[in-house]
Design a protein around this ligand. Structure first.
Ligand SMILES: [Fe+2]
Length: 237
């Protein structure tokens, strides 16, 4: 049986050391049939492609580093990700939902999708607002696609309605507005996406076992129903 783990933001080189063997020796016993999900802000794709269409050395190294891991890496996008670079990959289907495949064992789980892994269902909807937007340059270090489009939100609702608004796990980058006061974070403001998550839960009555998210750069479980992840690596399955 495959194992599934989840962690929070890795931010390119900045916060990926939690996945080094010495910091997470569990990986020594994992195989490519096992999964690590990252809840956004991986920064695996950060640079724009070069003029000849090839990846920069930084992005090649980053994809290579994850590909060389013993496990398969799955991630939702956050706000500190190059969304245009991610969207340049062909859309393929994997375990029932749409993905961008960066390598044989690195997959971007697209927005509004459902995946079945080891008989458990996962709903994914990445994206978030960058609170540091004004120090960044559009198309180089910030992308307006950080927020889901109306079409992606509509696809989310349509896909969830197909399964009667019942899912095992929800994986997002930010969380619902109603949870923000529990996080006491500098990313405190509600926005269209945090309101959408509340709408899913309270208006559409989304039923789920557990909701995992990143973004707020802290590790905290709320009400045994929601977990904010940063450095912790939790086992789901
Ligand atoms: Fe982050």
């Amino acid at each position: 049986m495959a194992s599934v783990f989840i962690t929070g933001d890795t931010h390119g080189y900045v916060d990926r050391s939690k996945l080094e063997r010495e910091n997470w020796p569990v990986q020594n016993c994992l195989t490519k049939n096992d999964y690590l999900i990252i809840a956004g802000d991986t920064g695996i794709r950060w640079d724009n492609s070069q003029t000849d269409g090839t990846l920069t050395k930084r992005d090649q190294d980053m994809i290579g580093w994850y590909s060389d891991k013993t496990f398969t890496t799955l991630f939702v996008d956050g706000n500190h990700d190059n969304h245009r670079a991610l969207n340049s990959y062909p859309v393929t289907e994997w375990h029932g939902g749409k993905v961008h495949q960066l390598s044989s064992s690195v997959f971007h789980l697209m927005r509004g999708q459902m995946f079945t892994i080891e008989g458990q269902t996962f709903f994914t909807l990445g994206g978030a607002v960058s609170t540091d937007r004004y120090g960044r340059e559009e198309g180089q270090s910030w992308w307006p696609e950080e927020m889901p489009s109306d079409a992606e939100l509509e696809e989310s609702i349509a896909n969830l309605k197909r399964i009667n608004m019942t899912i095992d796990y929800v994986i997002t980058h930010c969380c619902g507005t109603s949870l923000l006061p529990c996080l006491l974070s500098f990313h405190y403001d509600s926005d269209d996406l945090t309101c959408f998550f509340d709408q899913l839960e309270f208006n559409y009555k989304l039923s789920f076992k557990h909701w995992y998210f990143g973004h707020y750069h802290r590790d905290k479980t709320i009400d045994n129903k929601y977990t904010c992840l940063y450095n912790k690596i939790e086992q789901i399955i």
